[in-house]
Design a binder for this molecule. Structure first.
Ligand code: ATP
Ligand code: ATP
Length: 676
């Protein structure tokens, strides 16, 4: 059904190396084929060549031939393939064409001219199938990340295309929703003979459903295709059950928890006497001193360093003194460091690239709000949730709004220590929500939420799509104001705190990393991040490379792969080293190796006394890194406890290894390896 004949794709001008090359591949009708490989290797590029987006919309040069159902995708533009191919990209919002859930589900069918009764029936079926019935009239812009992804999937299912091309379709879905979507896909493949080509990083969710796996081992290297267990035997990306199977020497390798449980008897016996607690403490934690970007003096070359477990009011990320010697507390309104630059004389931006913002800069940003996608946050009121929908120009303004909100701990920022709500601040508490309620219009997104985050703690927020995780993170950075109860960060009330003060206490990597990016190149983003944070030049760049190799300085952030873009956004925020670090779904697009490097970095920060809160559906990540898991449901906290207790007691949130080795207490392959 899909045929690649000696295909290569090259971005950039003459002489550039091809991103993918030597692709000869056939995907037969009625098969589910899984495309795997490291971040940035070219998976989306190959998928785009099938849907026609590459090269028609992305640029670049496609050589060779890709046909779908006999149609050449180079001579047929995407709309000429629309009756045959349904595509879900990595950024659903960018592809939505209507305004509401129901309209979006109907749109593809309308374009094909299907009869109204048929459309009606299929919309209803799909609303039920994907748990969207209650959201049918909702504006798409108000949906949570996972709700958007469900709509995107639903909208390609309704026209019943013969071919589905899906790029990380479960990345924003909660575990149960992911299982449901995969069950639907399997039914389409088995019952209707639909052909599915899907790229996915969370192999633990999908590999057992694949008929075949195609591995892209490295950029420019030809793909290797085969039976899933055969490819997993040598694949550099593999789910925990496969890693466990390889560790234990099982053959054939297990692809599912069920397969692995059947093989695990001996392993359980070997592990019976081992100390799970000790193994759990044997993670790959790298002390920050051993991480180059964290080395003393890395930030300003002076060797100045914050004390571990410093309280929030003298944050571990406390900005280093500027060359001029001005310190954070004494800078007053003019403390702009060596440059003396006011970032926003026109009052349109936040601290921008001139992080050493003055009181005037910060105040202006906060009060005018820049009419940006998020700029309404600070004292101005709740923020729009639609930054990704904004055109590039607005997004740039959004970035300025964001930089006013998020973490550019400017040197010389005026500290209002001693302000009323800080007087009673307990330095062992980085953030606290008490009986917190938040509304988005008619939607009660959070109800009576209690949460405390202390220095050195890593907390995973988990829960179904729409449970309120992003809202809770948003309330900690002042993006949303409480309807009831209180929220404090570093002793401040976030939505009432001038952004320039808040950024010294807390930072957020948003669910859509694009919202943090505004420069034209990776290099410029990194340079701005260093300046904003008062870090030594090269710090941000070093973190990007440490998380993910192969991200070129000259690339426009728009052209980065999903994982590369996330690595850049993470690096920008990690450069700022805020006392409290908030991460909203921080592993989309990241391969297992990059994820493990991220875990190492975060562990290092936690060891230094930073607090970390991550909203995630990635149960494997939560098992690796979180001390505590807080589960939200319908806007309420329904569980809050040590990771092992919370995740093991829930089939939805238990990582694969916990399921395989239950009732033994192991959560990760690393723990098992350490114990053996
Ligand atoms: N339009 C473009 N212009 C220039 N370079 C691009 C463009 N699109 C992708 N690239 C580059 O091609 C490479 C492959 O990107 P692609 O998105 O295909 O990778 P991927 O395997 O899907 O990554 P991920 O797992 O992170 O989603 C990356 O280095 C990326 O920077
Ligand atoms: N601007 C808005 N207007 C109306 N409802 C909204 C708005 N923003 C969010 N919501 C709703 O609030 C609820 C909580 O959304 P939130 O984004 O916090 O969920 P989440 O737990 O992060 O979900 P996901 O796992 O899908 O990212 C959802 O039902 C969402 O649809």
């Amino acid at each position: 059904m899909i045929c690649f004949e000696n295909v290569s794709v090259t971005y950039g001008g003459a002489g550039a190396a091809p991103t993918v090359a030597g692709v000869d591949l056939t995907v037969p009708e009625g098969e589910l084929v899984l495309l795997v490989g490291p971040s940035g290797v070219g998976k989306s590029t190959l998928l785009g060549a099938v849907s026609g987006l590459v090269p028609h919309f992305t640029g670049g040069t496609l050589r060779g031939r890709v046909t779908v159902g006999g149609r050449d995708t180079r001579t047929h533009r995407p709309r000429e393939l629309a009756d045959l191919v349904g595509t879900v990209g990595q950024d659903p919002l960018a592809h939505f064409v209507t305004d509401t859930v129901e309209d979006e589900l109907a749109y593809g069918m309308e374009s094909l001219g299907l009869a109204p009764p048929v459309m009606r029936r299929r919309v209803e079926e799909t609303l039920d199938l994907l748990g969207l019935a209650e959201l049918r009239d909702r504006p798409l812009a108000t949906l949570s990340g996972g709700q958007r992804q469900r709509v995107a999937i639903g909208s390609v299912l309704t026209p019943h295309p013969k071919v589905l091309v899906l790029d990380e379709p479960t990345s924003a879905l909660d575990p149960a929703a992911a299982e449901e979507v995969l069950a639907v896909l399997q039914r389409l493949v088995h019952d209707l003979g639909t052909t599915v080509l899907m790229a996915e990083h969370r192999l633990e969710r999908v590999v057992q459903y694949a008929d075949r796996v195609v591995l892209l081992p490295a950029p420019g290297e030809p793909p290797v295709a085969g039976a899933p267990a055969d490819v997993m035997a040598f694949s550099p990306v593999r789910p925990p059950v496969v890693a466990l199977g390889r560790l234990a020497g099982w053959s054939p390798l297990p692809l599912s928890v069920r397969d692995a449980r059947r093989r695990a008897g001996d392993l359980r016996t070997r592990l019976a006497g081992a100390d799970a607690g000790a193994a759990r403490r044997t993670g790959p934690a790298v002390h920050p001193k051993d991480a180059p970007w964290c080395a003393p003096g890395a930030r300003d070359g002076s060797g100045a360093r914050a004390t571990p477990s410093a309280p929030a009011t003298s944050p571990v990320s406390a900005p280093a003194p500027p060359p001029g010697g001005t310190d954070a507390s004494g800078a007053g309104a003019t403390g702009t460091g060596a440059t003396g630059t006011d970032a926003s004389p026109t009052g349109t931006g936040g601290t921008g690239t001139a992080a050493p913002g003055t009181a005037g800069t910060a105040g202006t940003a906060g009060t005018t709000g820049t009419a940006s996608t998020t700029g309404t946050a600070a004292p101005g009121g709740p923020a729009s949730r639609t930054p990704a929908a904004a055109p590039r120009g607005r997004r740039a303004a959004g970035k300025r709004g964001l930089s006013a909100l998020f973490p550019w701990p400017g040197r010389g920022l005026p500290a209002r220590d001693g302000a009323p709500d800080e007087e009673t601040h307990d330095p062992t508490v980085l953030a606290q929500a008490a009986r917190l309620g938040v509304r988005h219009g008619r939607v009660e997104a959070l109800r009576r939420v209690d949460l405390v985050v202390r220095p050195g703690e890593t907390v995973a927020l988990m829960g179904r799509n729409g449970a309120g995780k992003s809202t809770l993170l948003g309330s900690l950075v002042g993006l949303v104001a409480p309807a009831s109860g209180t929220v404090r960060v570093g002793g401040r009330t976030p939505h009432r705190t001038p952004p320039a003060e808040l950024v010294r206490r807390v930072a957020l990597v948003p669910q859509e990393p694009r919202d943090l990016l505004y420069a034209d190149t990776v290099g410029a983003e990194c340079a701005a991040a260093d300046t904003d944070a008062g870090a030594a030049p090269g710090t941000c760049r070093e973190i990007v490379s440490a998380l993910l190799a192969g991200v070129a300085d000259a690339t426009h952030p728009r052209d980065l792969s999903e994982g590369q873009r996330l690595a850049l956004a993470l690096a920008i925020v990690l450069t700022a080293r805020p006392p409290l670090l908030l991460l909203d779904e921080p592993t989309r697009g990241l391969d297992y190796a990059a994820k493990s490097r991220l875990v190492t970095v975060l562990r290092g920060l936690a060891a230094e006394g930073h607090g970390i809160v991550l909203a995630t559906h990635d149960v494997e990540l939560a098992a690796e890194i979180a001390d505590r898991v807080v589960v939200l449901a319908g806007g309420e906290v329904v569980a809050d406890g040590p990771t092992a207790d919370v995740v093991v007691s829930s089939p939805a949130f238990a990582p694969q290894i916990a399921k395989v080795l239950a009732p033994q207490p192991w959560l990760t392959v690393a723990q098992v390896e350490a114990a053996l």
